[in-house]
Design a binder for this molecule. Structure first.
Ligand SMILES: [Zn+2]
Length: 305
């Protein structure tokens, strides 16, 4: 089979990758391995697998007809992903990359994907939020934006699988989407659910902690009760794959977070005092102490900021 230009580019990725990785191919003497993350590929079901390294969990579908990827992590881990994919599947073009939202740990690998990917898809609010976030990044991070966007839903049949993306926002940001591999019955929720970690309520990025609760309920109502869920991040030792029970736990955690901040506001505490809290939510000790990233956005929303 003749290689297309993009197939060729994917097959040629290995060379620059190796040079960029410490401890693999150095100039002369071996360089110490300094990377603090390891690329891990884990099959889930029916041609869908997950990849964890650095940044938000990648899920991908590889069947005879298509290669379909959800989220792109960072440039270095995206490079490791593509290299691992090539080792497993040979030289194949990626048909679709979907970004679940605009955060750099989910879109930062887009420039690495771009030369080997036919289409990048995201919810319609994502490119604008990505541009806004990029303006605030120092040093600047190279951005590649979706070339296809959707408002509410986007669907594609890929061989014997049907993939649905659905807007579920505002919640973690103002541009969250959930991706469902219908026949595999796997749902990638991006950062709408995390495995026992304090949430990030990105208020400048359009988040709403209050609506996020409704979004978790919409997820439960939309997808099959026996669906397998994939989420962006987990605490140490906690899987990135789970069930609807984990979505319900996220809902209850968000409810507890909001109740906590409401209580502190009512008690007359200042924004600074509330955001600095290291309290542990009584029912959620496994989530660890509260963090500014959970508290600031929640406070600003509840206080009308
Ligand atoms: Zn995020």
């Amino acid at each position: 089979m003749a290689l297309s230009r993009r197939d060729f580019l994917l097959s040629s990725l290995a060379a620059p990758v190796l040079v960029r990785w410490p401890g693999r191919l150095g100039q002369g003497a071996p360089v110490a391995q300094t990377r603090s993350w390891a690329p891990v590929f884990t099959p889930v079901r029916r041609n869908v697998s997950v990849f964890t390294a650095r940044g938000g969990t990648i899920a991908y579908l590889a069947n005879a007809d298509a290669l379909f990827v959800v989220d792109s992590q960072y440039p270095d881990s995206a490079t490791a992903f593509l290299e691992g994919l090539r080792a497993r599947l040979g030289s194949r073009r990626i048909d679709v990359l979907i970004n679940t939202h605009h955060h750099v740990d989910h879109t930062g690998g887009n420039p690495v994907f771009k030369p080997v990917t036919r289409t990048i898809v995201a919810q319609a609010n994502v490119p604008g939020l990505q541009r806004q976030a990029a303006r605030e990044q120092t040093p600047p991070v190279e951005q590649v934006y979706a070339d296809v966007t959707f408002e509410d839903t986007w669907d594609k049949t890929v061989g014997d699988e049907i993939v649905h993306a659905r807007k579920m926002t505002p919640a973690h940001t103002g541009g969250d989407a959930v991706v469902h591999f219908e026949r595999a019955n796997i749902v990638h929720v991006g950062d709408l659910v995390w495995g026992r970690l304090q949430a990030f309520v990105d208020r400048p990025g359009g988040a709403s902690a209050v609506n996020w609760i409704k979004v978790t309920e919409a997820i439960i109502a939309t997808y099959p009760a026996d669906a397998t869920y994939v989420w962006g991040h987990s605490g140490t030792g906690v899987p990135v794959v789970g069930t609807r029970t984990d979505v319900l736990t996220m809902r209850d955690y968000l409810t507890a977070l909001i109740d906590y901040v409401r209580g502190e506001i009512k008690a007359g505490k200042s924004r600074d005092e509330i955001v600095a809290s290291k309290d542990v939510l009584t029912a959620f000790p496994a989530f660890g102490p509260l963090t500014p990233r959970a508290l600031a956005g929640t406070y600003d929303e509840l206080a009308g900021g």
